[in-house]
Design a binder for this molecule. Structure first.
Ligand code: KG4
Ligand code: ZN
Length: 348
């Protein structure tokens, strides 16, 4: 008997649905919301409305592509936490209604566990125990995975997430939201060693990115001559703009290089402390080409086996919810209809 799962992801600004049969992904549809770009960030109310418009066509497309219909589904999975509460509500209510109407079990999935388990989608998978560096717009974590359902967060950011560090830096440079992919693009033609930004000294395996943001702010206000606070900054707005225009590639490359080194130095420390050599990346920021390259190079140097999910499974998607739900289904870890979504939820 095979197990067919319909999964729904709606935690932020992507509406996604996926079908997974026995741990194999048959479809993964993602509707991106473009409505937020002009506001410089995700507007929660607009996100909820867009989810309501997108959810039926996205589920329909996922079912059709997989050659399934609602009668062949064995369980309905959804992202229960964390995320924007209004966005989570749309997916949760839809999943609960389907579960009630079809008489099929409900599986509640934690979004961060799902980002990690995206590494179990391809045929070539890490062996347990493995480490995963999860880097997204809302989280930065090092997770120790002993089994699909036994995960422990051993390091995380104490302030901004890595994606926020990219997006906030981009905003300071006058780039539109989300700025992460744009920094990546400009960095490709830049000199990583041109400008120096400080590496924070945070104990243990935790991260911090807020100091970097402040240092970039002062650096720009001084038109690159210094990144310390001055009573009177050295550049007026026109000079700052000119400095950015003339040096954009090198500034982006230097910022990206520092974010990547903050991430990978802690990952290296975690690998040394745990003795684990199967190491994964996950989350939207793992689409960053500088991070992917440096992660792979570090893996070769340290003799790790490294894993990065395919691009469509790095950013928010329902396939990662489906694969996580599959392992929860095997353990009969079902939710009942009284379950509510949660904007924040501890795990690991
Ligand atoms: O995992 P994700 O899709 O959504 C969250 O759960 O947050 O991650 C989104 C984040 C954004 O901050 C975005 O700027 C960043 O991932 N991102 C990138 C790149 N592609 C997406 N950051 C740097 N370089 C990229 N190529
Ligand atoms: Zn995410």
């Amino acid at each position: 008997m095979s197990t067919c799962i319909l999964a729904i992801e709606s935690s932020c600004d992507e509406t996604s649905a996926s079908i997974c049969i026995d741990g194999k992904i048959l479809s993964n549809f993602i509707a991106n919301q473009t409505v937020h770009a002009k506001y410089g960030g995700v507007v929660p109310e607009l996100a909820s409305r867009a989810h309501m418009q997108n959810i039926v066509p996205v589920i329909d497309a996922a079912l059709k592509t997989a050659g399934c219909d609602l009668q062949t589904i064995d369980a309905i999975a959804f992202t229960q936490a964390p995320g924007l509460i209004g966005s989570l509500l749309v997916g949760t209510q839809f999943a609960k209604s389907l579960s009630l109407a079809l008489g099929k079990p409900l599986v509640a999935v934690h979004h961060m566990q799902a980002h990690v388990l995206a590494n179990l989608i391809p045929e070539e998978r890490p062996s347990f125990p493995f480490l995963c560096l999860t880097v997204s717009g809302g989280h930065t974590q090092i997770v120790l995975c002993e089994s699909p359902n036994k995960l422990k967060v051993i390091g995380e950011t104490i302030d901004d997430a890595a994606g926020e560090a990219f997006d906030k830096s981009a905003k300071l440079l006058g780039l539109p939201y989300p700025g992460g992919p744009l920094i990546d693009k400009y960095a490709a033609a830049g000199n990583v060693a041109r400008f120096k930004f400080p590496e924070p000294q945070i104990p243990g395996l935790d991260f911090s990115f807020s100091g970097l943001k402040t240092s970039i702010l002062y650096f720009l206000k001084n038109a690159g001559t210094s990144n310390v606070y001055k009573e009177e900054f050295l550049a007026d707005e026109a000079m700052q703009k000119k400095f950015i225009e003339e040096n954009l590639n090198d500034i982006c490359a230097s910022i990206q290089n520092r974010i990547v080194s903050i991430l990978l130095n802690k990952l290296k420390k975690a690998a040394k402390e745990t003795g684990i050599t199967d190491i994964c990346l996950a989350g939207g920021v793992s689409a960053n080409s500088g991070l992917r390259k440096a992660f792979t190079a570090m893996g070769e140097q340290m003799q790790w086996r490294t894993f990065i999910p395919a691009f469509e499974y790095c950013t928010d998607n329902a396939a990662m919810i489906a694969i996580t739900a599959y392992y929860k289904f095997l353990e009969k870890d079902f939710a009942d209809l009284s379950i509510s979504p949660s904007a924040k939820a501890e795990w690991g």
